[in-house]
Design a protein around this ligand. Sequence first.
Ligand SMILES: C[S@@+](CC[C@H](N)C(=O)[O-])C[C@H]1O[C@@H](n2cnc3c(N)ncnc32)[C@H](O)[C@@H]1O
Ligand code: SF4
Length: 395
Amino acid sequence: MAALLEGDPAPIDGELPNKSDLKSKPFSLYVHVPYCAKRCGYCDFNTYVPSELDKDDQIQSWLTSAIKELDLIKKVTNQDLVIDTIFFGGGTPSLLEPEVINEFLENVSRRYSLKPKIEITLEANPDTITQEKSDYWLASGVNRISIGMQSSTKNVLQTLDRTHNPENVLNSVKILKDAGFINYSLDLIYGTPGESLEDWDKTLNDALALEPPHISAYSLVIEPGTKMGAQLNRGEISNVSDDDAADKYSLAEQVFSSRKYEWYEISNWSRSEMQCQHNLNYWRGNNWWGIGPGAHSHINGVRWWNEKLPKNWREKLTRNQSPALAREILSERQIKDENLMLLSRLRKGIKSKEVKSSARNSLIEQGLIYEESENIVLTLKGRLLADVVFRHLSE
Ligand SMILES: C[S@@+](CC[C@H](N)C(=O)[O-])C[C@H]1O[C@@H](n2cnc3c(N)ncnc32)[C@H](O)[C@@H]1O
Ligand code: SF4
């Protein structure tokens, strides 16, 4: 995430080398909303607090440029695509006025058909969810909320520099349920310095008490350049050990599976049929256009990423140019390796015959994968050592 991607220059008009068969695969929209009330100490995402932005680039300016990028998609793809999923990510999309979300979605609908029962997700911070916003989101078509719960212990939330408290999460879920949301996810982080196994156990059980249809649990990554990265350098905090992270992942799997949540991707669990369709599209190598500053896109083996600064993103769109900063055209070999790596993260696994028999046998012997029907699937040990598995798969 922190590494600078160089890539090749991106064409000024956003043209793509290969637009054939765009209708043969799901086509999704990722919509990046790069604003936060306060930056959390661990976060390295492309997001800005108000004091870091000029007057012209505050949250109120987002919609005009986002609609211009929708026009660019229409011009470049030049086809009647059916949008498969939409995901508002951040930053903090729940900070946008709900009318803005509504207007953006109306603009999508004016340009494209939406898949029947399309999944539209919005990431929300627990202290920004209100009854009024929830009603509006639902009426606008948003039908899945991803709540950044992180932890239910106050000390962990404090170390992470979160603005919310555990009660905000309880209230948010109640508000969303009352509004009529059936689908929501609780997003958790484990491995925060100072978090005990008991703290994590409490977080897992508190999360499950809210009966979420979906849960994700990611290990904390302390990136250089963040506030926590600096605290680590100064010795004020220390990184947790691999063993601690493995114990916490294993506990999550044990607690979730005992309550009938099934893992469907290494860091994601759900109750029946409530998997995140948008993220599945990423892992399956489908096509998506990322709208917004710093957003990444992938269409038929071409990957590109937008200008990170809201000002640069806005200015390029104002000049009717593509806001892309650079792009990368993947070789057949890169596409194959990437697909193998992404698909192997899924519970469904990958076709055995896609993997060299020497690598397959060695991974089975090490207890990292098992065979199921014609596929190979990660074992719990394989999920903990996924990097080792990926290295073998691309041999
Ligand atoms: C970038 S945030 C956007 C949504 C929202 N602002 C929130 O914080 O929940 C999406 C998820 O990424 C997680 N995240 C951000 N930085 C991370 C890091 N360094 N390690 C692990 N998870 C991280 C957040 O905790 C959050 O659950
Ligand atoms: S609220 Fe979310 S996006 Fe914003 S700084 Fe915190 S983790 Fe990053």
